[in-house]
Write a protein that binds this ligand. Structure first.
Ligand code: CMC
Length: 443
């Protein structure tokens, strides 16, 4: 791999940076952009045209892929704002539909707007009856995230009127449909896996309660909901609603940048979320806690997490952006205690193990030095298990909540006048051009 020596000089007074290629002594001045919050951003859009260079940043560790007004994270301070509002305040005072409205429309709803929005979402919760037949095609033991990828992708075949993505009204109808139908699809995936009849949505229940009803109720019994559980569910949805340009959101934006059907784009987001480094971590945390099994085995697992030759990582720890405590994890930890107390499960051995693991890891030199703190997934699985969800449903719940974030970003991307198809370049290190060798002459 050849290397070009280049130097970046910051010139605060001109509000630009100069990139100098030492080999040719050529330079290019690149503007610095300022957002309302966060670090300055070097605008490299003219770089290739003026220098013939690309940038190289695998995993986008220092690359802003878009301008956005939806969510801001200060990873060093542990701050998360949706449309300017701190996540802690939203989790304490707002409801999930309120946060959905905020993410989609940019402002908190007035009482009338809120009522109308809840009504609209409630009226879109049912699925086309034909969709129920898709479930029968899956094995009973299929992972519910696999079912989610398939069924949500299949929605693109049902809503032709939503495919005119240039029409803001049709875009909003598609957005409402996705937010409203995702809990129904998720609950049906669960009911299918346990062999129980599908429970149709109920428009008299709020978003979180309706979801709990569709997953927990059975036709032969009256369904009684514990308000502590429904509030916890609502809060879990709020905490997972959006997280700026994470892997699944960037996937939705990239898929959508070609003008693809929005339902298919959300299915792509679900696929990306499924991985254990992203939303699949909540499932992985619980599996890890069960594998550790006892406090006495924590040192053994910490040793493995620090061993470069062992692929094991402490699931629920570390984050690309947060180099401080994930603010969502703090709220989740509080909720976890509340729910376990209310359900009389406060002596839950898994919670005790998790708290001890957290305590020991936070005092460990390796985790301190690498700024590895518990993330949102560390505690969410414990609450979800206490509520009664099986481990395989944890990432599905994340997908239900994150749908609004995906949809808000997809809309923002389509409306962006600078929007282009996402098409990264590469640092090619394969063979240089060579002539084809006939098969019989190859040795
Ligand atoms: N356990 C042990 N070591 C870790 C961990 C961990 N959980 N996370 C990071 N490290 C180490 C890593 O080995 C690396 O060490 P070195 O510098 O010596 O090579 C250093 O810390 C930096 O890690 P990285 O993988 O380069 O950082 P990243 O920003 O690419 O990855 C992450 C972030 C979240 C994928 C990673 O921390 C991780 O795999 N954590 C466990 C999975 C997890 O909890 N994911 C949920 C993320 S939050 C919710 C969401 O996004 O959906």
């Amino acid at each position: 791999m050849s290397k070009v020596t280049a130097k970046i000089e910051s010139a605060a007074q001109t509000d630009s940076v100069t990139l100098i290629d030492n080999a040719s002594n050529k330079s290019v001045e690149l503007p610095l952009l300022h957002g309302t919050e966060g670090p300055k951003v070097v605008d490299i859009r003219r770089l290739y045209a003026e220098t013939g260079f690309f940038t190289f940043d695998p995993g986008y560790t220092a690359t802003g892929s878009t301008e956005s007004k939806i969510t801001f994270i200060d990873g060093d301070k542990g701050i998360l704002l949706h449309r300017g509002y701190p996540i802690e305040e939203l989790a304490e005072h707002a409801t999930f539909p309120e946060v959905c409205y905020l993410l989609l429309n940019g402002e908190l709803p007035t009482p009338a707007e809120y009522e109308k929005f809840e009504h609209t979402i409630a009226r879109h919760t049912m699925l086309h009856e034909q969709i129920t037949y898709f479930y029968r095609g899956f094995r009973r033991d299929a992972h519910p995230m696999a079912i989610m990828c398939g069924v949500v992708g299949a929605l693109s075949a049902f809503y032709h009127d939503s495919t005119d993505i240039d029409d803001p009204h049709q875009r909003m109808v598609a957005s409402h449909r996705m937010i409203a139908k995702m809990p129904t699809i998720a609950a049906m995936a669960y009911k299918f896996s346990i062999g129980q009849p599908f429970m149709y949505p109920r428009n008299d229940l709020n978003y979180a309660v309706n979801f709990l009803y569709m997953t927990s109720a059975v036709p032969c019994e009256e369904y009684v909901i514990d308000p502590i559980v429904s509030r916890a569910m609502d809060r879990i949805f709020i905490l997972h609603a959006d997280h700026e340009q994470n892997a699944s959101t960037s996937t939705v934006r990239l898929a959508g940048s070609s003008g693809a059907n929005p339902f298919a784009c959300i299915a792509a987001g679900i696929a990306s979320l499924w991985g254990p480094a992203h939303g699949g971590a909540n499932e992985a945390v619980l599996k890890m806690l069960h594998e550790i099994g006892d406090k006495s085995r924590i040192p053994e697992f910490l040793k493995r997490a620090k061993d470069k030759d062992d692929p094991f990582r402490l699931m629920g720890f570390g984050h690309r952006v947060y180099k401080n405590y994930d603010p969502r994890a703090k709220v989740m930890q509080e909720s976890c205690h509340e729910v376990l107390n209310a359900l009389d499960k406060k002596d839950d051995p898994i919670l005790e193990l998790a708290m001890e693991l957290e305590r020991i890891a936070l005092e460990d030199e390796y985790f301190i030095e690498k700024k590895l703190f518990p993330n949102i997934d560390f505690y969410s699985g414990i609450i979800l298990q206490a509520i009664g969800f099986p481990i395989s449903m944890f990432t599905v719940l994340f997908a239900v909540a994150r749908t609004v974030g995906w949809v808000a970003h997809w809309n923002e991307m389509i409306e962006d006048p600078h929007q282009k198809i996402g098409r990264p370049r590469q640092l090619y290190t394969g063979p240089s051009q060579r002539p084809y060798v006939a098969r019989e002459k190859r040795r």
